[in-house]
Design a binder for this molecule. Structure first.
Ligand SMILES: Nc1nc2c(ncn2[C@@H]2O[C@H](COP(=O)(O)OP(=O)(O)OP(=O)(O)O)[C@@H](O)[C@H]2O)c(=O)[nH]1
Length: 193
């Protein structure tokens, strides 16, 4: 039987390139962690925020504080695995401002098709976004055993690359100019703001 799917929003980065906390940035009329939580809420059993120990977010969501590793996204993912080892996780980086419910639903639907896969990664023309991924418990076990880098673990055979129809969904806003670019895309496409 498939494990219940939980949502995890990675918020614990240092945002050194952006120079302000990326999880708090506003692209759609509310902080990005909240926007992503709204997308994930109807699609998952429960949504959690993944934060550094010294990070204060004003939220009613349950926070999973980093408890393992030396920082980086894997720390957040493995801390969630340690806290709830029987679950599958839809993991999203907070710096994906153009992600939509449609593409997340596609990712989730693929779980019914490929029962063997240990992870389902959003991919545009073969280019994967490891921080827009469903991790099955088996995949997380492997990431844990390898003390892992998500990208390296995900290069292993039993993963499924799920083609995302829209390149912009994987757009990563790491710098102030990438933030401007994302805001312009939202304006031009009249995406919800
Ligand atoms: N929980 C947790 N999340 C992290 C950690 N490091 C990065 N992330 C998250 O992983 C995603 C990708 O982060 P990066 O862009 O690689 O790094 P960053 O620290 O956010 O940004 P830079 O300082 O500019 O490199 C973002 O959603 C971050 O919030 C960490 O140590 N703990």
């Amino acid at each position: 039987m498939m494990s219940a799917l939980y949502g995890l929003i990675l918020c614990g980065g240092r945002s050194l390139r952006m120079q302000q906390d990326k999880s708090q940035l506003n692209y759609h009329g509310l902080p990005q962690w909240q926007y992503l939580a709204q997308l994930l809420a109807p699609l998952t059993e429960q949504v959690f925020l993944s934060c550094r120990e010294d990070q204060q977010l004003n939220t009613e969501l349950t926070v999973i504080t980093d408890s393992v590793g030396d920082a980086g996204p894997a720390t957040g993912i493995l801390s969630a695995y340690k806290a709830f080892p029987e679950r599958a996780w839809l993991v999203l980086a907070c710096d994906l401002p153009l992600v939509s419910a449609q593409s997340l639903s596609l990712l989730i639907a693929s779980r019914d098709v490929s029962k063997e896969a240990t992870a389902f990664i959003s991919s545009f023309r073969q280019s994967p976004e490891p921080l827009m991924t469903i991790w099955e418990t088996k995949g997380l076990k492997r990431l844990d055993e390898e003390r892992g880098c998500p990208r390296k673990t995900l290069l292993k055979a039993d993963i499924a690359l799920i083609e995302n129809p829209f390149a912009i969904e994987q757009f990563n806003a790491n710098t102030p100019s990438e933030r401007e670019e994302a805001l312009k895309t939202i304006m031009d496409a009249q995406l919800p703001r």
